[in-house]
Design a binder for this molecule. Structure first.
Ligand code: BGC
Length: 346
C-alpha cells in the first residue's frame, strides 16, 4: 500500500512510500483510508519543531485528521464493515499519569503521550490503517467523507468545553463571541458558537476569497481590523496563533471574558506588549485566558454531533483543495484563501 511519509526534521523527505499493508492486532479494526486532512501541525512535523519517529522506524506516516471505511471489524468491536470512522489522535502515556488514567489524555501531565502522525506513532495518511475500536469514532453515513473534519472539530469542541467549565466559576451569560482567524479551526469554532445561539463575529485579514461568505452563511459577522470591531466580546476563541492578535484582543474583551487560545505561533518573532495595561485589564475585569490543545473521547463525540447538525454544503465548502496522494506535499504551499486541504488516499 502507499502512504504519505516524512522524516521529521527533513521537509525534503516528504513523499509517498510503498509500505506493507498493516496487520490488525487482535481486537483492532482494519480501515480503508479515504481522506486525510492537512493542517499546520503537519508542516511542523516535517520541519521538526514537532514530530517524533515511531521507535525503530526510519520515516513517519503523516496525518492525524482522518476518515476511512471499516474493512474488517471484530464481532465485539461495535463496528461493521463499511462503517465510516475517524481515528483519535492521542494515546494515553503508558505509565499512566492521573489525567491519562482518567481518560483525559488531552491534559496529560508528563508529556509521555503519543500521537498518531505526530509523535511516536504512524498516522492515518495511508491507504490502509488499523485502529483500536476504543480510539475509533463512528461517523454517521450521512456525513461520510466530511468525517475528515471530526478531528479539527474535536479540538474546537474541547475549546468550547473550557469556556463552559470556566464560565461556571460565577454568573456567566455570554452573548457576543469573537473568533480570530477564519481557517478551519476558526470557522468550526464559529459554527459551534452559532449552534449555541451566540452572536458570532469572525476576524481574518483577507477580504476576498471564500472566508467572508462562509462567515455570512453562518449568520455571523466578518471583520478585518481588530481595532475596529466596535464591541467587547464575552468570549474569544483565538485561532490565528499570532502574538499581535492575541495581545490586541486581550485588551478589548468584556468584563469576566474568557479567551481560549488554540493557535500555535510559528517562529520566534517577538512583539512589544503593554504588559501593565494587559495585567490591569485581566485583573480588574476577572478575565481568563486559557490555552487548549488536543481532545479526548468526549470532545470527539460532541464534534460528530455538531457536524451532523451542520449544513453539509457549508461543511463541504471548508474543503477548498483536494490533492491526490502522490501530490500531497503540494499541500504545504497554500494561499490565504485555502481553508482545508485534504489528501485523497485511494
Ligand atoms: C492536533 C492535536 C495535537 C496537536 C499537538 C494539533 O494539530 O489537532 O490533536 O495534540 O496538534 O501535537
Amino acid at each position: 500500500m502507499r502512504a504519505a511519509t516524512v522524516v521529521p526534521g527533513d521537509p525534503d523527505s516528504a513523499g509517498v512510500s510503498e509500505l506493507p499493508g498493516p496487520t490488525p492486532q487482535p481486537g483492532e479494526l482494519l480501515v480503508e483510508g479515504l481522506l486525510a486532512g492537512m493542517c499546520a501541525t503537519d508542516r511542523e512535523v516535517a520541519a521538526s519543531t514537532h514530530g517524533v519517529l515511531p521507535p525503530g522506524h526510519d520515516r513517519l506516516v503523516l496525518f492525524h485528521e482522518s476518515v476511512g471505511r471499516v474493512l474488517h471489524a471484530p464481532a465485539i468491536s461495535g463496528f461493521h464493515e463499511g462503517d465510516f470512522v475517524a481515528g483519535v489522535v492521542r494515546r494515553p502515556d503508558p505509565k499512566p499519569c492521573g489525567a491519562c488514567a482518567a481518560g483525559e489524555w488531552d491534559f496529560c501531565l508528563n508529556g509521555e503521550f503519543t500521537e498518531r502522525g505526530i509523535k511516536g506513532l504512524d498516522g492515518f495518511g495511508a491507504q490502509r490503517w488499523t485502529v483500536e475500536p476504543r480510539f475509533a469514532i463512528p461517523v454517521p453515513a450521512a456525513l461520510g467523507e466530511l468525517g475528515v473534519l471530526t478531528e479539527p472539530t474535536s479540538v474546537v469542541a474541547k475549546a468550547w468545553e473550557q469556556v463552559e467549565l470556566i464560565g461556571r466559576r460565577s454568573f456567566f451569560a455570554p452573548r457576543r463571541v469573537l473568533v480570530t482567524g477564519a481557517g478551519p479551526i476558526g470557522l468550526l469554532a464559529a459554527l459551534l458558537a452559532v449552534q449555541q445561539g451566540l452572536e458570532v463575529h469572525v476576524l481574518d485579514r483577507v477580504d476576498d476569497g471564500p472566508k467572508p461568505d462562509l462567515v455570512a452563511e453562518l449568520g455571523a459577522t466578518y471583520h478585518r481590523d481588530v481595532m475596529a470591531i466596535g464591541f467587547e466580546p464575552d468570549v474569544v476563541v483565538e485561532a490565528t496563533g499570532s502574538g499581535e492578535v492575541v495581545f490586541e484582543v486581550l485588551q478589548r474583551t468584556a468584563r469576566n471574558a474568557i479567551t481560549v487560545l488554540t493557535g500555535i505561533s510559528g517562529g520566534d518573532r517577538t512583539v512589544p506588549i503593554p504588559a501593565g495595561a494587559i495585567n490591569n485589564e485581566l485583573v480588574l475585569d476577572n478575565d481568563v485566558v486559557v490555552g487548549s490543545v488536543n481532545a479526548n473521547l468526549r470532545h470527539y463525540r460532541s464534534a460528530v454531533q455538531a457536524l451532523a447538525a451542520a449544513d453539509p454544503e457549508w461543511l463541504s465548502s471548508l474543503i477548498t483543495r483536494r490533492l491526490p496522494l502522490d501530490k500531497w506535499p503540494d499541500g504545504f504551499s497554500g494561499g490565504p484563501h485555502d481553508i482545508k486541504t485534504v489528501v485523497e488516499l485511494q
